[in-house]
Design a protein. Sequence first.
Length: 200
Amino acid sequence: MLAGLSLDENKDFDACTQAILKYYRLDAAAYKKRFQEARKGPEETFKMLKTRLTDYMRYYVEARAIDSLESMIDDAICEQLLCGMNDDVRQFVVSKQVKTADECCQFADLFFEMNVATSSVTSAGSGNQNYKPGEAGGQTASSAGAAGGSNKNSGPKQSGSGSNVGMKHVIRCYGCNTVGHKTITVSKSKWSNGGGVPKM
């Protein structure tokens, strides 16, 4: 840590002290946490605690580059904004190492804009998640085939075999075995032995 100092600075005790303190100094977030969690120790007086709190605050102010009343007010507003955010938003903003309240608002709004855009893309993709190739109008190929099969048999049924479709039904007499009339019109003399068997 002293290797970065010049020869004259290495001979200066105060310069060496400041270099050592700067090397072990924490960032602003660490000093803020120590300041907020500081409590009086068993062997510590309240005056000693006050001195420790003052050091934490001074280091925090230096790390945040607070050099005026305006910058102190801005820092207090930034802290209040962070306290009112959800955990995921706060973590996102803190990860950007914001230094002002304006930067805090900028990244917080960016987080919500990205979430809205992601939700829109997800919703658009989920609208077609039930679609399957081969479907038309919400009807699958198997259901369309089934519907087609049912429509094929929904017409009037044809009697006889498929080869007789379209042929006129022929009336044949069971008495004389001729075409064109029914048995009731044939005289009984044409029946053999009156037994109902036609003469051949």
